[in-house]
Design a protein around this ligand. Structure first.
Ligand SMILES: [Zn+2]
Length: 383
């Protein structure tokens, strides 16, 4: 890839809209928390654990990933563990020039292991609040810089569980609503259509009209699940949404409504995303990814990392990989960044400010690329 484009991506101010905090569990963190909590792992050392993360190759199947994922979740026991995990993620993205993130957490993945709802949410929000107010110390080019990251917290329901269990989790969440900005629906999609949660979402919308709703749909499930998410659950944003492209009426509707799609390229690659529902053809290369088609169809597609520790990359790695595979231009990349601003849950004033930051960055890049370094070492201006 062109080094200029890589640097452009790395330096660009970015917003992340699809991130599961439990998916930011790096092997080193997993090891540290397991030791701290006296949990025995089925690996003899860090190297063996790292190998289980299958860096650079796809998981055998969804189950292989989920087994690893739930094992990673299992080391989260105390508030401090959730705090450390969240702070490590925020520090990492701050170093990648991500200035705002909207993160999911899965309370049911913790409460069903006997970890209290408040243990999880208090640890996560303490780190989120510190990143907003005090900022994070980030190593950039050999020196330490303090950077702030703003955020929203989205409580997600596990769709393989029942709607009744979802309602029980909602009860546990009620005292913490001041910390929650929205609700999502994740975990295994097939066989668990959005309509399964129709009553729960109607309750959320009725009782918390200021909070945002979203659902994972059209990742492994069909376009009909995306329809259900928008018409039945009345969501504000679709997570993934890849299979929306299979239905032209749906594409038209999403484009008309300006509904955001939080696309996760490396996640799709590492989980061998099913490209074609009929033939079950699997994605083997990012060159087959349909992100460019989404942009061409005027969909508000964005780039995100999903579970960065398990899928080989945070925001920069996702942007670089997809830009390289699809030959994206600077214009495509800035379009993706603008879409993220537009479909984020920031206020109108904050969106203006984010767009201005991006404008400044693009202008600076435009000016600097008018200079080319000559062999003599002098810089010459090309008007
Ligand atoms: Zn996800």
């Amino acid at each position: 890839m062109d080094d200029g484009l890589r640097k452009f991506i790395e330096g660009m101010p970015k917003i992340e809209l699809h991130l599961h905090i439990e998916g930011a569990m790096e092997p080193e963190m997993l090891m540290k928390l397991a030791e701290r909590n006296g949990i025995e792992l089925p690996y003899k050392d860090l190297e063996e654990l790292k190998a289980a993360y299958k860096r650079g190759s796809a998981y055998k199947d969804l189950q292989e990933f989920l087994d690893l994922y739930y094992q990673g979740m299992n080391v989260l026991r105390k508030e401090e563990d959730f705090y450390d995990l969240t702070k490590a993620y925020l520090t990492k993205i701050a170093s990648q020039n991500v200035t705002h993130t909207e993160i999911f957490f899965d309370p049911q993945g913790h409460t069903e292991r006997g970890v209290a709802f408040e243990t999880a949410i208090n640890g996560i929000t303490r780190a989120l609040d510190e990143a907003k107010t005090e900022g994070l110390d980030v190593e950039v080019a050999g020196r330490t810089e303090n950077r702030k990251v703003t955020s929203k917290l989205i409580m997600s329901f596990l769709r393989h569980m029942t709607e009744k269990e979802g309602f029980e989790t909602l009860e546990q969440a009620r005292p913490h609503m001041d910390k929650i900005d929205g609700f999502g629906l994740d975990s295994s999609e097939n066989g668990h259509p959005p309509t399964k949660f129709e009553r729960l979402y109607a309750t959320l919308k009725g009782e918390y009209p200021d909070k945002r709703l979203m659902a994972h749909a059209g990742e492994e499930g069909p376009a009909s699940y995306v329809w259900e998410a928008i018409d039945t659950l009345k969501i504000d944003r679709i997570d993934h949404g890849n299979h929306s492209l299979d239905d032209s009426a749906l594409v038209e509707r999403l484009a008309h409504d300006g509904t955001g799609l939080t696309v996760c390229p490396l996640s799709n690659l590492k989980l061998s995303h099913t490209l074609d529902m009929d033939t079950k053809q699997k994605m083997v290369s990012l060159k087959e990814h349909r992100l460019k088609d989404m942009l061409a169809a005027n969909l508000k597609a964005t780039v995100n990392s999903d579970d960065p520790a398990y899928f080989d990359g945070y925001m920069n790695e996702n942007f670089i990989a997809i830009a390289e595979a699809l030959d994206l231009t600077k214009e495509d990349i800035t379009k993706l960044a603008r879409n993220a601003i537009e479909v984020s849950f920031l206020s109108p004033e904050e969106k203006i400010q984010k767009n201005e930051e991006l404008d400044t960055y693009i202008e600076r890049d435009r000016l600097s690329s008018q200079y080319v370094k000559q062999d003599t070492g002098h810089q010459r201006f090309f008007a």
